[in-house]
Design a protein around this ligand. Structure first.
Ligand SMILES: Nc1ncnc2c1ncn2[C@@H]1O[C@H](COP(=O)(O)OP(=O)(O)OP(=O)(O)O)[C@@H](O)[C@H]1O
Ligand SMILES: [Mg+2]
Length: 372
């Protein structure tokens, strides 16, 4: 659904929270709203689903003014993850997620499947958590339930107000990856508020930058990075634009499918593995199982120390891996920490898809710098 804000204004007496805002949100894309505390982000979201009534201006959904729409009905078709999480404390996690589907009178078995599916999606085991209460969850877990709830009734539009704000950096990255993977499937029109410029760059198709109730810049992420509208935006982006450029690029579009792997179905002993390495002129090689799931790697030097009939399984070493939706900045930091020049890429099922090479990422970073 396309959403247009036309001369949208909200004032609280002398405070103008949102000041003559004109913006058009792209259908099926993620638009990020970012800016300092108090710049009007939450107020803007709440006007879109009429939790707050605007002072003047209009909001238009696919050409239809919000004035001509039923308020309750509107809200049921817009998912909303609020900044304060807002779970019902006396209701189980299941009932919290099920609120809107039940209002829409979905049959109970469909509701149940949906709740389990969404909990999986936000990485909370349904068997363990479905019948717990919000008070039994951590802040980050509650926030994930808030995200699941906003998607519950499969709304066309989802408004998310700092949905990952209370989650620690590591889980946050995972959740962001999962979120992008989901969005590629569900293709919702998402308006997403954050304070975090890295999150904005990673998740956004477009970024809308606010200051004091006004829109300062609205453009595709790369354009904002390459051509900040003014000093305020430059400040928000920070100084290192080449590295920020890497944050806009995903592993998915930058990995190499030219690599070696051996399969534990075909190669069962260290002797066979050594022969494979020698035949292919390799010093090491990734190992996958019969379903192409990454098990780790083996190195020639270690294998040579073993009797040739040793089971290969015992010699497989763990290795870090990257996910297709991680960005190249995350890839670099993972590789630096793990000391890898080449890092395998796996999908959500752990299946080996390809490799990322450090050298290639550096070439890309250099190309950003030369565009400045
Ligand atoms: N009910 C209210 N009465 C008076 N002023 C309000 C009210 N709600 C919000 N404001 C003011 O409107 C401005 C915008 O608030 P808003 O909550 O939209 O900011 P925000 O960008 O979401 O900030 P944050 O990043 O801290 O969540 C602020 O100056 C705030 O103090
Ligand atoms: Mg806010």
């Amino acid at each position: 659904m396309k959403i247009q804000l036309k001369n949208l204004t909200k004032d609280y007496g002398s405070i103008v929270a949102v000041d003559d805002l004109n913006i058009e949100f792209d259908e099926k894309k993620i638009t990020i709203l970012i800016g300092p505390s108090g710049c009007g982000k939450t107020t803007t979201l709440k006007m879109i689903n009429r939790l707050i009534e605007r002072t003047s201006g209009d909001i238009v959904f696919d050409g239809k003014s919000i004035n001509d729409m039923d308020r309750i009905n509107l809200r049921r078709h817009i998912g909303y993850a609020i900044q304060e999480i807002g779970l019902f404390m006396h209701m189980s996690i299941f009932d919290n997620i099920a609120v809107v589907p039940r209002l829409l009178k979905w049959p109970e078995n469909k509701v149940k499947n949906r709740v389990a599916e969404l909990m999986d999606l936000v990485n909370l085991d349904p068997d363990e958590y479905m019948y717990k209460y919000p008070a039994q969850l951590s802040g980050g877990q509650k926030q994930r339930i808030g995200v699941a709830r906003s998607l519950a009734a499969n709304p066309e539009v989802v408004l998310m107000d700092e949905p990952f704000g209370a989650i620690d950096p590591i889980n946050r990255e995972k959740l962001q990856d999962a979120f992008l993977e989901i969005q590629e499937q569900i293709q919702k029109t998402i308006i997403f508020v954050t304070h975090d410029i890295r999150e904005a760059i990673k998740l956004g198709d477009k970024i809308a930058i606010f200051n004091r109730g006004k829109l300062v810049q609205y453009d595709e992420v790369l354009n904002v990075i390459n051509k900040p509208a003014n000093g305020f935006v430059e400040n928000l982006l920070g100084s290192d634009r080449a590295l920020k450029g890497l944050e806009t690029m995903r592993v998915k579009e930058n990995f190499d499918t030219d690599f070696y792997s051996m399969n534990t179905i075909e190669i069962k002993t260290t002797g066979e593995a050594l022969k494979f390495l020698d035949d292919n002129g390799r010093r090491y090689c990734y190992v996958v199982d019969g379903k192409n799931r990454l098990k780790g790697y083996v190195g020639k030097r270690e294998l040579e120390k073993r009797k040739p009939e040793t089971e290969l399984k015992e010699e497989i070493k763990n290795i870090e891996s990257l996910q297709p939706y991680s960005n190249l900045m995350e890839a670099i930091s993972t590789m630096v920490v793990a000391g890898l020049n080449t890092c395998p890429v796996v999908n959500a099922k752990d299946q080996l898809l390809g490799v990322v090479r450090f050298k290639e990422i550096f070439k890309i970073a250099a190309s950003f710098q030369s565009e400045d």
